[in-house]
Design a protein around this ligand. Structure first.
Ligand code: HEC
Length: 716
């Protein structure tokens, strides 16, 4: 999930680089037979009145079978209502059940809203930022929630899985899913299946983290099983035969590094075979030379792993990147579908992982059916269908440490913003990112590499050491309609910046997607013609949903930028200010007449700093320390919406205020983590760095060519 760049002689991380109250339920019948009644909302053929899971149903097609809003009516689509949200992450997928909309914004603050009117019914705040400690330093917030039988489930940054009464907003149960003092955290949506709820975690970029998922009884919160995705210390014995098998693909003392393989985002479920599919992440640390003596496939990193739902027992796996070493993940959303391939009906699982290929896998056997490139790929020439393995290119593993131009970059050709599959067109709609990273490991050896405690980046590679040679194709994005049977593009549209929004397809023949520049669009699913556009006045990156209330079809999406897509201004070249950007819930229906207030263009001021005395040595040390800060405050201290721009802040000028916030944790509840280990000298260097960057920004903004900042500077 991360990247580091070396710029002006220092390293910078670049984010280029997841019942007790049954009596209270009004529907007693549903309460007595939770299995069938709840499944009706979650099976892939359900009617679309509700959007009851992150990808609507178990198979996560992000597809709505509703069609009242269609090619012929979409020009009547208008805003029904909007709801302003407080600062914090708003890039999250909502749910809609029986006329109520639910979503988790900020650090898993869950709200229930009347879907027809926008009236807030209840708010549940788990106070996750306050509970998170150093886990807050990987400040993502929640990307989605789950529902089952009158309960809403949310995972929190500090690792709790919480069940909330969907009617009242009262906590029903809470389970701590992480281990005391570990570097894991939760940002992804929990998933519900067959009366159980399963949750993974992140943390393989910042901790000696060994990935796992845990399943709980949805009604009681009782732990049912845990599946580890990579093997642990052999001296302690392996948990199951799958781990014994996996351990044969690791070398050295991998367990001391954790290993990684976190399930931070994608999980789908096939009720017909009671199979749960996990998408696993990168290695911890990324570099296999450090992690596993540069040997072995390192199962189950960067894999799709199938488990039996009732027991959590391993069934099969398919590894997209054997011996992962590039921060490549198979953690991207997976769509389940029934396709006819070579004249035969196949039950498939489809995924566009980070590595630039699109995979179609037989979900019964786990065997690869086909894989083709959806973007420029330099690490492999192709995937060998017979063996199911990629054919890597020479140099891709940076054998002598020298930087390799990696396409797609470590942040991936596809991130967590979900794709959609339309059974109508039999196409997959993918938010593709055309990006590169320079990756190498000169100077990093197993002997000198040390794990850094406290949720700091721990990746064991150098990123950004060399500029990207093919710069003109870098940092772009597209909406791609992909035929999974023929494995080729049907159509493809450029989208602004290097990030674009999650996707929903509908039976109305429409594909909905938001853009980083503030447009929310509907395209014709067959040819990509844009049929409708709404100016949201804020980046739209979250996945849209659709549902029906009292016979009317609605579409809802949240706006706003936050950590994840917005760490690097190169990737989102639009003015997005933390304090003034609009974070909203937008809900549309035919003939909706609501209006947004005029959008505020962020006017960042660059107040003069006459007392500032340059000290490049101190500023250089501060720049190195800023690796702690850039996941939120941005690469090169250029913020892109996830946190305030510290160059424009007066706080760095005030030693006491700065200390109180950074070392003292004065703003923890607002999402600003505490860095108690930073010394007073460190704080001085950080302030020096920020003030020198502010001086540069001021010069650029107030000089003759304000090209760097598309903002309205205040220059007295
Ligand atoms: C997980 C995200 C995150 C990280 C990491 C982070 N911050 Fe922040 N920071 C925030 C947020 C969010 C705010 C705004 C809080 C508020 O609403 O006032 C903030 C506010 C601040 C402020 C106050 C700015 C002002 O004008 O009010 C300072 C100073 C600051 N951060 C410094 C740092 C430094 C230095 C680091 C690294 C050592 C750092 N932050 C790391 C999220 C983060």
């Amino acid at each position: 999930m991360w990247a580091l760049s070396r710029k002006a002689g220092h390293r910078q991380a670049a984010m280029l680089g997841g019942m007790l109250l049954l009596a209270a339920c009004s529907d007693q019948k549903e309460a007595k037979s939770p299995g069938t009644a709840n499944d009706a909302h979650l099976i892939d053929t359900s009617d679309g009145a509700n959007w009851a899971a992150f990808g609507r149903t178990y198979g996560e097609q992000h597809y709505s079978p509703l069609h009242e809003i269609n090619e012929n009516t979409v020009d009547r689509l208008g805003l029904a209502w909007f709801l302003d949200l407080p600062p914090g992450n708003s890039v999250t997928g909502p749910l809609a059940i029986d006329g109520t909309l639910y979503f988790a914004a900020g650090y898993s603050v869950v709200r229930a809203v009347d879907a027809a009117t926008g009236r807030v019914l209840w708010t549940f705040d788990p106070k996750a930022a306050e509970a998170a400690g150093t886990r807050l330093r990987q400040g993502w917030g929640s990307r989605g929630i789950a529902w089952w039988n009158g309960l809403i489930f949310t995972g929190t940054q500090d690792g709790r899985l919480i069940a909330i009464n969907a009617k009242t907003g009262a906590e029903v149960w809470s389970a701590q899913t992480l281990q005391e003092g570990d570097d894991r955290f939760i940002s992804g949506p929990p998933r519900v299946f067959a009366g159980k709820v399963v949750i993974g975690h992140g943390g393989a970029d910042s901790g000696a983290t060994r990935g796992y998922v845990t399943a709980y009884d949805a009604a009681s919160g009782r732990q049912l099983w845990r599946f580890w995705t990579v093997p642990g210390d052999p001296a302690k014995g392996f948990e199951n035969p799958a781990m014994t098998m996996a351990a044969k693909t690791w070398s050295g003392k991998w367990w001391t590094h954790g290993g990684g393989g976190t399930v931070w985002n994608a999980i789908t479920y096939d009720p017909d075979t009671d199979t749960l599919f996990l998408g696993t992440g990168n290695g911890a640390p990324w570099n296999r030379k450090i992690r596993s003596e540069d040997k072995g496939d390192n199962l189950f990193l960067s894999s799709i792993v199938a488990l039996e739902g009732k027991s959590g027992r391993y069934k099969w796996h398919y590894q997209v990147n054997p011996g992962e070493t590039w921060d490549y993940n198979a953690s991207m959303d997976m769509q389940l579908a029934d396709l006819t391939i070579d004249g035969k009906p196949r039950k498939v699982l489809m995924q566009a992982p980070k590595n630039g290929f699109f995979y179609v896998i037989d979900r019964i056997t786990g065997k690869l059916i086909s894989a083709q490139k959806i973007t420029k790929v330099t690490w492999a020439s192709h995937i060998d269908i017979a063996t199911g393995r990629p054919v890597e290119t020479p140099g891709a593993r940076f054998p002598n440490g020298q930087p390799f131009e990696l396409w797609p970059g470590n942040m991936g050709a596809h991130s967590w913003m979900p794709s959609a599959y339309s059974p109508r067109t039999r196409l997959v709609y993918i938010p593709v990112r055309d990006t590169a990273s320079s990756i190498g490991d000169a100077g990093i050896t197993a002997a000198n590499w040390r794990f850094r405690p406290g949720n700091q980046p721990n990746i064991a590679v150098n990123l950004g050491v060399r500029p990207i040679a093919d710069a003109q194709h870098n940092n772009k994005s597209r909406l791609l309609a992909w035929d999974p049977v023929l494995q080729r593009a049907r159509w493809s549209l450029p989208t602004p910046g290097a990030w674009n929004g999650g996707i929903m397809a509908t039976d109305g023949g429409l594909v909905f997607q938001g853009q980083a520049d503030g447009a929310f669009n509907a395209y014709r699913d067959t040819d990509g013609k844009r049929l409708w556009q709404f100016a949201a006045g804020a980046p739209v990156l979250a996945p849209p949903i659709s549902y029906r209330v009292k016979g009317l079809q609605y579409v809802t999406v949240l706006t706003g930028a936050s950590t994840g897509a917005t760490m690097n201004q190169q990737e989102i070249p639009f003015p997005i200010d933390y304090r003034t950007q609009a974070r909203r819930v937008l809900t549309f229906r035919l003939d909706g007449k609501a209006q947004l207030p005029p959008s505020q263009v962020a006017a960042i001021e660059w107040p003069a700093d006459p007392d500032f005395k340059a000290d490049p040595v101190s500023a250089g040390r501060g720049a190195a320390l800023f690796v702690h800060c850039m996941v939120c405050h941005g690469v090169g201290a250029v913020a892109v919406g996830a946190a305030p721009d510290l160059r424009a802040s007066l706080v760095p000028r005030d030693a006491e205020a700065f200390k109180q916030i950074v070392q003292g944790g004065g703003l923890v509840s607002a999402g600003m983590p505490r860095f108690s280990e930073l010394s007073d000298a460190d704080l001085k260097d950080l302030r020096q760095y920020l003030r020198s960057e502010a001086a540069k920004a001021r010069k650029t903004a107030c000089g003759t060519s304000p090209t760097v900042q598309p903002r309205q500077p205040h220059c007295e």
